[in-house]
Design a protein around this ligand. Structure first.
Ligand code: SF4
Length: 269
């Protein structure tokens, strides 16, 4: 389900432009999908909780043994933090994560008979599960349209101009308004891959399929003075770069910084 439509700022791009831009990005990153390994909604939920402040690659190293020992929510609900912590230690924040995993599993057993619920409301009522995690599981493992907004989606969508907000829930609302539901999850996966490979904090605009449509490129990168090598300086370290998508010259906190602060406060992963 898309988030409730609050009064939100209008993105620079309209629906038609957003769909065209997403098609171009999907052509640049064909087959975009989550990189977490899973075989069930339970496994994806566990892997997504573990992926907070951790790479998918690291999570994928830890989960095979974990899923063997705790194959379902009932098994995980019986675990203790003392036995779980060493198994997930390498993913970071292991004390907080072990509490979240056990709390989530116990709630799934008590409230849903051990099955991962297929609704945003029920998922976000579970301990340790925020809107982004719920959307990951809904969209990839439960067949319910969901558009997870992580720091990559936040940065890339704002730069291009298909969204305009530092708040993930508002970006989710803007993107889901512009795209058909059956494209939400792939759009998120595509924006995440674009953020990891091309539109990094210091973006590789020369390799970008949507450069001609990008507000950040037009307002920030293209106006930056060329370096001695003839290349334009790009990204957050350039003197003309202010926040995620240009704007007045003042000290701004990037969406990434804000998302990380929210994570530290435990609002989502
Ligand atoms: S043109 Fe540059 S800033 Fe814009 S989306 Fe592409 S890589 Fe990101």
């Amino acid at each position: 389900m898309p988030p409730k439509a609050a009064k939100t700022p209008k993105p620079a791009k309209n629906t038609q432009q957003t769909r065209r831009i997403m098609r171009a990005l999907e052509a640049q990153h064909p087959g975009a999908d989550t990189e977490l390994h899973y075989t069930s909604p339970y496994e994806l939920l566990v892997a997504t909780i573990l992926s907070a402040q951790c790479t998918d690659e690291r999570v994928n190293q830890v989960t095979p043994a974990l899923f063997k020992r705790y194959p379902d929510a009932r098994a995980l609900a019986r675990a203790t933090t003392a036995e779980l912590e060493p198994q997930i230690q390498s993913t970071g924040f292991f004390r907080m994560k072990s509490k979240a995993l056990i709390g989530m599993a116990q709630a799934v057993v008590e409230r849903h008979g051990g099955q991962i619920p297929a609704s945003m409301e029920a998922l976000t009522a579970l301990p340790g599960v925020g809107r982004k995690t719920a959307n990951v599981v809904l969209g990839h493992a439960l067949g319910v349209p969901g558009l997870p907004v992580d720091r990559h989606v936040l940065r890339v969508a704002n730069r291009i101009g298909i969204a305009r907000s530092d708040e993930p829930v508002i970006v989710e609302q803007q993107l889901t308004s512009a795209l058909p539901p059956d494209e939400w999850t792939r759009a998120s996966d595509t924006l995440i891959l674009h953020g990891r490979r091309i539109c990094k904090p210091r973006p590789l605009c020369d390799k970008c399929a949507v450069r001609d449509d990008c507000e950040y490129y037009r307002k920030v990168v293209a106006r930056a003075p060329a370096t001695r090598t003839g290349r334009r300086s790009q990204g957050k370290d350039t003197p003309r770069s202010h926040g995620s998508h240009g704007g007045p010259r003042k000290r701004q906190t990037s969406p990434t910084d804000r998302a990380q602060r929210r994570k530290r406060r435990g609002e989502d992963n």
